[in-house]
Design a protein. Structure first.
Length: 366
């Protein structure tokens, strides 16, 4: 392969080796001899040696990260760059202009506008933006807003308390109204803050528990025409583990189409974002969270037939993705399992040479 080889870069893939496999599969299905480059800052991570090419970069907050990232882009000339890490996303799209610098080099970099990227990391701001565009979301107040909490307490049977700037289920507690103050104090002790002007309690949010059943919904925006919704993929969550969907069943996207269109247009969406929505018995939808990347719920629709990596690769290299990439069977139940692979064999041990890209791991279902 040469530097002209069609190339996709996946940053901070971590444990998501399936994502690397599915982008490889996308190249094959499109008849392209492409490569998947994985960037990590830890050479012993599960994904670092799993790509077709590994590149070690400094941590996103290291001053050397930007120059080395752009140097790699200039050398490898990828058509697409994605990352699975929330903090790297913030650094690329908000803290710096690195995402734009890559786009100016001809790289497709999925994401949302700077304002929405910032809101994806701030649940209070997210609720405000969703309300502004007419997308239903639970009334959300800061943990230090005593009047706001009193108003919620009058109408809600249960209140949700969680970290304002956290990811996953960070700081999560579901409590009766009588226990909300103690829950806020407990969450505030471990809540991350972005500014010294935010008190510990204001780094926590409180909202009524959303009615209905929780779903994960992938919104896919056109990679070359941001804001144009290209597809919606959905699954009903059956079990959670460590803040991530562990078991789910695929469902039709129809109830979620209107909020999906509103979000995609307002956020200038390009590529995939993972949105948590509740659907009640009357068909009403409420959005509670947005992850602006491939989330942990995407595999459930992929295994049912959807193929967003194929769509991304096709768009990145000027091919027609067709319509089949967004087609999937409903009613398919999938569950996650764990696997283990050697990333740095002991020196002198059999097989101590670097593992070949994509070499199978030692696997055990859990």
């Amino acid at each position: 392969m040469t530097e002209q080889t069609p190339t996709v870069v996946i940053g901070s893939a971590g444990r998501r080796l399936y994502l690397i496999d599915w982008f490889r599969d996308a190249f094959t299905s499109l008849g392209l001899e492409g490569r998947v480059v994985v960037t990590e800052n830890d050479p012993s991570s599960a994904s670092a040696s799993y790509g077709d090419l590994a590149r070690m970069l400094p941590r996103y907050d290291d001053p050397a990260y930007g120059p080395e990232l752009l140097g790699m882009v200039d050398e490898l000339r990828p058509g697409l760059f994605i990352t699975a890490n929330d903090y790297e996303l913030m650094h690329l799209h908000v803290t710096t202009d690195l995402a734009q610098a890559m786009r100016e080099r001809g790289v497709l970099v999925p994401g949302v506008s700077r304002a929405w990227q910032r809101a994806c990391a701030d649940k209070l701001l997210m609720a405000q933006l969703l309300t502004r565009i007419g997308v239903p979301t639970p009334v959300t107040v800061a943990g230090g807003d005593t009047e706001g909490i009193d108003a919620l307490r009058r109408d809600a049977e249960e209140l949700v308390v969680k970290h304002r700037l956290g990811s996953g289920s960070s700081g999560l507690a579901v409590v009766p109204p009588s226990q909300v103050e103690s829950a806020v104090r407990a969450a505030a002790r471990t809540a991350p803050t972005s500014s010294s002007s935010i008190t510990a309690e204001d780094a926590v949010i409180v909202q009524p528990k959303a009615a209905g059943v929780e779903h994960g919904v992938d919104l896919v925006g056109d990679l070359t025409s941001p804001g144009v919704l290209s597809g919606v993929l959905a699954r009903r969550k059956l079990r959670m583990r460590a803040g991530e969907t562990d078991k789910a069943v695929t469902v039709g996207p129809e109830p979620f189409l209107d909020p999906a269109r509103r979000i995609a247009e307002a956020a200038d969406l390009a590529g995939l974002i993972d949105v948590d929505m509740f659907l009640d018995g009357d068909g009403a939808v409420s959005v509670i969270d947005i992850n602006p990347r491939f989330g942990g719920g995407y595999p459930f629709v992929h295994l049912a037939g959807a193929d967003v990596p194929r769509y991304c690769v096709a768009r990145a290299f000027g091919l027609d993705p067709g319509a089949s990439w967004q087609e999937y069977e409903t009613g398919v139940v999938s569950a996650k399992h764990e696997s283990v692979r050697v990333t740095t064999p002991a020196p002198g041990a059999p097989g101590a040479a670097a593992l070949s890209p994509g070499e199978p791991a030692v696997t055990a279902a859990v």
